[in-house]
Write a protein that binds this ligand. Sequence first.
Ligand code: FAD
Length: 394
Amino acid sequence: TKANLVVIGGGFGGATAAKFLKLFLPSSSVTLIEPNETYYACPFSNLVIGGGRAMSAQAFTLDGLKAYGVDIIRARAETVDGAARTVTLSDDSTLPWDRLVMSPGIDMRWGALDGYDEAATEAMPHAWKAGAQTTLLRRQLEAMEDGGLVVMSAPAAPFRCPPGPYERASLIANYLKTHKPNSKLLVLDAKDSFSKQPLFEQAWAERYPDHLEWRGASDFGRVVRVDPEAMTVFTEFDEIQANVANIIPPQKAGAIADAAGVADQTGWCPIDGLAFESTLVHGIHVLGDATIAAPMPKSAFSANLQAKVCAAQIARLMAGREPQASVLANTCYSYIADDAAVSITGVYTNDGGALTSVDGAGGLSPMDGGPAVREAEAAQAAAWFRTITAEAFG
Ligand code: FAD
C-alpha cells in the first residue's frame, strides 16, 4: 500500500507513531509535523526541579527519525479538514492525508483557575510542559531564602501524569530538607485522593515530616484563585502568601484537537480503543494525553504504547482488514528522593473497542519496601527512561 500518512506532534505519542508507521508501511509516505526543534521530556523533569538532574538530559530531537524515512516538517498544524482530508500548516502549505494521527498533548485551560492566565506563568510557573517553565521553577527554588514557603496547586482529574504532582512534591521537599531546612512545601489539592497515595504518604512521613504538608479538597485544599503579583494563593477558606508558587492548572487536549473536531465538550478526545480512531471524525487517530483512554493514564508510557498499537492497526486498515484487539499496559515510576522510586502498573484490553483494566494484573510497589527495593525501582525507572526515549526519538 502506498498511502499519505501524516502525524501531528513529535512528542512521545507522535514520534513513536511516525517511526512505527514507516516500519510497518515502508512504501507509504509518513510526514511528521512538529514546530519545535528540541523536545523537552516531562518524565524525569521533576528531578531537574529538585536539583538532581541537568536539563540537558531532558532534550531530544527528531533527527533520528529521518534515518527511518520519516519526513519532518518544522511547522504548526493550524487547521484540519476531516471531510477533505487535509491539514493546513503555519507555513500556509496544505498536506493531503489518507490517515491522520494526532498526539498534540495538552493545553492549559487559561482562566479556569481565577487569575491564572498565560502571563501568570512567569511569576507562578506550572512547569507542566517541560522546557523554560521547568528551568524557571528550579531557579525560583534556588533563589528562595531559607525559611520560605513553597505552595503547589494540584488539579482535579483528568490531567497529565496522575502521580506527577506527588513525585514533584517529594523532590521539592527533598531539596528543601537538604538545602533550605527551615523552608516548607504546602501542597493544595483539588482532590481527596491521588495515585499511589499510600506509598507517597509513607515516604513523606518517613522522609519529609517537617518539609511537606498535603491538604486535600475536604480540608479546603482546593485553590480557587491566584494573584501572581501579590504571590497569593486563595482557597475557599484562606489566603496564603507564597515565596514560590507552582500552579498546575486544569488542562485539555492540545488546541489542534478542537480545531480538527475530534475533542468533545469535555475538552478531551473520545476514541475507539482498538485503533485509537476518533469516534467523531473518521480517518483521524488520536493518541496520548489528548485522548479519553481511562483507565489508561495520561503518561508517556501510554502514549508510546498506544502509538505502536495504532500504527499496527493502521497497517491492517490500509490492507483492507479489520483492526484487532490487543493487550496494553502502563507503568508509572515516581521518584520519592533522588535515588528512590515507587511504581504502579496497569494492564488493559481494548477488546470490543472500550479500554478496560484486566482484573488481577498489574499492581503497586510493596508498602514498607525498604531502601533496597526503592533503590532498585529507581534504577528500573532510569532504564525505562533510556529505553522509551531511544524508541521514540532514536
Ligand atoms: P507530548 O509529549 O506533550 O507531545 C505533544 C507534541 O505535539 C509536542 O511536541 C507539541 O509541540 C506538539 N504539538 C502540539 N500542537 C501541535 C500542532 N498544532 N502542530 C504540530 N505539533 C503540535 N509519563 C510517564 O510515562 N512517566 C513519567 O515518569 C512521567 N513523568 C512526568 C512528569 C511531569 C512533571 C509531567 C508534566 C509529565 C510526566 N509524564 C510522565 C507524562 C508525559 O510527559 C505525557 O503523558 C506525554 O508527554 C504524553 O505524550 P503526548 O504525545 O500525548 O504529548
